[in-house]
Design a protein around this ligand. Sequence first.
Ligand code: SF4
Length: 304
Amino acid sequence: MAKFYVDRSLPKMVARITAKSVLNRHRKRDGWFLDDYSINPYSGCAFGCVYCYTRGSRYEARGAGGVAAKVNSPQLLSRQLRRRARKAEHGFIAVSTATEAYQFAEKELKLTRRLLNVILAYRFPVHIITKSELVLRDLDLLAKIDERAILPEELESLKHGAIITFSLSTLDKKLARIFEPGAPEPERRLRAMRRCGEEGFLTGAAFIPVLPYLSDLEESLEEMIASAKEFGARYVFVGALTLFGSTPESCRGRYFKVVERNFPKLLADCRRMYKTAMPPGYQRRLDAVARRLCRRHGVRYRIF
Ligand code: SF4
């Protein structure tokens, strides 16, 4: 039996809700993920990552840990994309930014799959960001999107209408079990990434967030970047942890609790480091190390 502490407050029930809107238009294109839009087919997430920034932030629509499926989202998206397509406002749609589009409920509900059908019909490009190999189920649709999507002029050189990014915070199975208790283990994500690469997709790994003192050390970063390359990543992201909120249920509260239970010697350092949601200069330091390691291992740092 595992001796470490795992937060077992994973949601088991999925509520059905009707949403008012599903397509979010960003004021500015995201510099990392290149999306102009985002959609979230679910509210909340059953993977229950301890560091999930939606806990304690404005994205926490379902309270601590609930999951709801936005059952009318395909119809809503169709209406919203029709208007955007008429005005030729094609841009990458990130799926998803505040939930996991391929969490357990998706296997049965196929909500994300229905949304991809709508995206394909209006020829929008899509950027899937996921921790789940369930995305492989939809490679047939994604291949059509990849080929037929209309790219914004500045991104035409990408030559891909579908980008698939696998998100990881560590390669260590035990650490992943502690910090991402409901998510498929890291190696399964890497294997899914390899398959996406073999099928010709633009695919890569987002090591976001890396875990302070646990997976953000240079040797861990090097192992992650080398493995990403080995499993076919064309690009890599490395991103810092952000800790929002102040309640015990917020990501800040949960994160410190899990560190205290599993790595008590690190608690004081983590608290000192995280006086604010994001320590000043931390992302810059990670960028410098990651860029150097990416050069060493011959993989691109970020997509562009
Ligand atoms: S998979 Fe993503 S959305 Fe789901 S809990 Fe983890 S970080 Fe949050």
